[in-house]
Design a protein around this ligand. Structure first.
Ligand SMILES: Cc1cc2nc3c(=O)[nH]c(=O)nc-3n(C[C@H](O)[C@H](O)[C@H](O)COP(=O)(O)OP(=O)(O)OC[C@H]3O[C@@H](n4cnc5c(N)ncnc54)[C@H](O)[C@@H]3O)c2cc1C
Length: 392
């Protein structure tokens, strides 16, 4: 556990950018974890369980900020809770199979409390590079702070930055255009005709939410799918969002909504449109030549990794997509004490697997380093490094 004065200093540091930390307390053995989402917190917890303190740097003002600040109100875990557990802590039995957003946030918060993980908030990491001479990762924040450590864990997530594709006429559209990360509920769209761009989980769920608020959603599916293909997608999304409703006496129809329309003329709840060609003042033109008016647009176009913008390392991470070059199950470990958690495209389950492996590997190296320390880093190489700590 950290001495109290260290916690106090970090608390002050988080709020007072001028608060100085004495260089004498620099402890390079304390792994730095960038990102306080479920993945980063999971690594810190696994390390703590092994008696190793870490330093978690988070750009936002809370843990699990994706869930707290950038997720719509009706969000629930898309997968049953047993597939979304963080290491060493199952969900409370009273939680439903698909916990709600507030339940998930409460779970991660109590997880962090249980393992005494206290991230330093408002620390937007803008640069991290390996200093070969000192054998350290140097991490800099937007506020100009510098931290250093032997081990660096990248936990900034697959969804760090909003992705918005280039759409011709984007600035001409006169109504509101928002990304799903800013969408909270359909309340603001009551009675409106809304174009939802993107048909992943979020796009589907936003459509459902808009329907609940008596809005009229129209879904853009970029690549024209054959009717049956689109139907399969819609039925899969319905299953993901609603689960298996057969036991409620509502078996899913064997025919999808689009095929049903073409066979019987009955309209499905959701209208599907092909790719957008361009936006204009009050609507959109589509690749099939149709033009239609809309009052608002919701971009369910996803996210991208932010790693290439701040990590000055190209061997482990691809510059193109900001993911580790080696796929799961080998994506978690790089060289020189660099690790990645939560880039497996396997959600929280993948993050938990990574977290355990990373903590075990750091523990091995950390104990070796403690027992057979490499020569001390010369004082001048640590000039400017502010962070201090006491590892257990
Ligand atoms: C709408 C939605 C629903 C989802 N539902 C599920 C689900 O049901 N089950 C599942 O397993 N997965 C789900 N996911 C996947 C989701 O990515 C994970 O659940 C989880 O949030 C991943 O955790 P993470 O810590 O890897 O990333 P994040 O939760 O994104 O956390 C990364 C953290 O890093 C911080 N950060 C980023 N860049 C920097 C920087 N430069 N400096 C400092 N901090 C930084 C961010 O602010 C953020 O707090 C969902 C995702 C979305 C978008």
């Amino acid at each position: 556990m950290e001495p109290l004065h260290i916690q106090e200093m970090e608390g002050k540091q988080a709020h007072d950018s001028a608060f100085p930390l004495p260089h004498a307390e620099v402890d390079i053995h304390r792994p730095i974890i960038v990102g306080a989402g479920p993945s980063g917190i999971a690594v810190a917890a696994c390390l703590k369980a092994k008696g190793i303190d870490s330093l978690v740097l988070e750009r936002s003002d809370c843990i699990a900020s994706l869930w707290q600040h950038r997720a719509y109100d009706r969000l629930r875990l898309h997968l049953p809770k047993r597939y979304c557990e963080l290491p060493l802590a199952p969900y409370p039995p009273r939680f439903p199979t698909y916990p709600t957003k507030p339940q998930f946030v409460a779970y991660v918060e109590s997880y962090a409390r249980r393992f005494d993980v206290q991230p330093v908030f408002r620390q937007n990491v803008v640069c991290a590079e390996h200093d070969g001479e000192a054998g350290l990762w140097r991490v800099k924040t937007a506020a100009g702070r510098e931290y250093a450590a032997r081990f660096l864990v990248v936990a900034t997530g697959e969804n760090a930055d909003v992705f918005v594709p280039k759409i011709e006429g984007y600035d001409k559209f006169s109504g509101p255009v928002l990304h799903t990360s800013s969408y909270k509920s359909g309340e603001a769209f009551r009675g409106k005709k809304v174009l939802v761009v993107g048909c992943g989980n979020s796009g589907m769920e936003v459509c459902l939410d808009l329907c609940d608020y008596d809005a009229s959603p129209h879904l853009v599916v970029r690549n024209a799918l054959p009717i049956r293909g689109a139907d399969r997608l819609l039925l899969l999304a319905a299953r993901l969002i609603l689960g298996d409703t057969a036991h409620l006496g509502l078996p899913r129809p064997l025919v999808g909504p689009l095929e049903l329309k073409s066979l019987t003329g009955k309209a499905p709840v959701l209208d599907v449109r092909p790719a957008i060609k361009r936006l204009r003042k009050g609507g959109a033109e589509f690749s099939d030549g149709r033009a239609e008016d809309f009052e608002a647009i919701v971009l369910a176009t996803g996210y991208k990794s932010s790693v290439p913008t701040w990590l000055k390392e190209r061997k482990m991470f691809s510059e193109e997509d900001g993911f580790p070059r080696r796929p799961f199950p080998n994506s978690w470990k790089g060289e020189k004490g660099l690790y990645a958690v939560g880039f497996t495209k396997r959600g929280l389950l993948g993050a938990g697997i990574d977290a355990r492996k990373i903590a075990a590997d750091i523990e091995r190296n950390w104990r070796t380093e403690k027992e057979h320390p490499t020569p001390a880093v010369p004082e001048q190489l640590l000039a400017g490094v502010e962070q201090s700590s006491g590892s257990t």
